[in-house]
Design a protein around this ligand. Sequence first.
Ligand SMILES: Nc1ncnc2c1ncn2[C@@H]1O[C@H](COP(=O)(O)OP(=O)(O)OP(=O)(O)O)[C@@H](O)[C@H]1O
Ligand SMILES: [Mg+2]
Length: 140
Amino acid sequence: MAVTLKLDKSIFVPKYYPLLFNYSHRWEIYMGSAGSAKSYFITQKIIARCWNEPIKVLVCRRTATTIRNTCFSLFKDILTKWRLYPQYVKIRETDFNIKFPNGSEIIFSGLDEETKLLSLNNIGCIFIEEAFEVPKPIVE
Ligand SMILES: Nc1ncnc2c1ncn2[C@@H]1O[C@H](COP(=O)(O)OP(=O)(O)OP(=O)(O)O)[C@@H](O)[C@H]1O
Ligand SMILES: [Mg+2]
């Protein structure tokens, strides 16, 4: 589908804007005070990436129970604001799944749902929300 996503610079927090299409770092760690737009910007960045290239993204945080009201609802809000949902993007509420017309997919999982995590494949990007909550090292 040849729909171009036009994103005005003004919808992004200025300090993070330069990172929007910068994928040169293997790891990006966002630190800052509460309410400083970390989650919002990361969500914007992932949506823009999913729209522009086919990629599978895993969004996770320590517990599955917190995902619906935080990460998942933020993705839904921004997709709605950008008018991608419901017209172009499909959202499945039952198992937290978002599908883009180019095949990109966003899946959500708690890090406490080990069986679900084990069956995932082909993930191109992982967003760990509130990574400080995660008790053990992610990379051994
Ligand atoms: N670009 C933006 N446009 C509109 N609203 C925004 C934008 N960036 C952030 N906000 C709003 O600012 C508030 C705080 O943003 P966000 O939740 O991303 O902060 P945070 O840094 O992740 O905070 P915390 O450390 O508490 O998780 C939210 O209500 C969000 O809707
Ligand atoms: Mg946050």
